[in-house]
Ligand binder design. Sequence first.
Ligand code: GTP
Ligand code: MG
Length: 273
Amino acid sequence: MKLLIATATYNEVENVTPLCDQIHEQLPDATILIIDDHSPDGTGELLTEMQKSHSYLQVVHRTRKLGLGTAHKLAMLYCLKNGFDALITLDADFSHHPKYLPEMVRLLSSHDFVIGSRYTKGGKLDYPLSRKILSRGANTLARYLLSIPLAETTTSYRGFRRELLAAMPILSIQSEGYSFFVECIFRVSQTTKNVTEFPIHFEDRIAGISKISKKEIYRGMTTLLRLAVSNIARQKQLPVLPIPGALKCDQCQSEFLVPSATQKLCLVCGLRT
Ligand SMILES: Nc1nc2c(ncn2[C@@H]2O[C@H](COP(=O)(O)OP(=O)(O)OP(=O)(O)O)[C@@H](O)[C@H]2O)c(=O)[nH]1
Ligand SMILES: [Mg+2]
């Protein structure tokens, strides 16, 4: 299986080298894709340097902070465009430990979608109590309001088979920040029933600081309500739009120009036209 392991980074200079090394140790044949949003701490420069010694590392340098959701959307399209059989995504801060990657790959051989789960039997979460309550509440709400047959619905430690990515309405996912993950899993569960989860121990980040803001939490709640309405109304699954390619971005020439609310958005340089 030709595997793509993707992560998004914003100020992860202390984490990227050990992360790449540990992913490579677990899955020596996989390609690693890192999408960096011009991190002020020099993550992007370090990645450029690392590419000289890490032949399996591919990097997309975006010109500014374009959000976690657009980075993951780009990873999904990158997987499809570059002929990978499966995509696995994870955070760069070791909350999603690379030691679980072989189990993820094993489960992907018989499932369209796999998620590393803090809330299934055997899973564990190291957050402080207030964040534990917030996370548990959001997961439970999402599970029941959106009829998702999984205990974990928000974390980004996920595996997708190529066939699923090709069949799901990736380009119709509207969220650009953290709420991308709940919207994405809702569309996954509408596309396939062959999904599974396995327990992980989610450790709080070892290095660097958190980027989640109160605004993102608020956006998460409004996204959940928007999707719940669509679920209750039993809105039909959205059309699967063709993967972009014919049109190139005027500014950076990338082929990752996708529809957004009223305009087109370049997932690489952020130009809206
Ligand atoms: N490219 C990109 N990556 C981002 C952005 N925001 C966060 N990230 C990365 O996304 C991953 C998750 O972000 P975190 O800050 O760890 O979010 P979290 O796990 O909810 O919060 P903490 O673990 O408490 O820090 C990390 O790898 C971040 O570096 C962004 O705007 N752009
Ligand atoms: Mg984190």
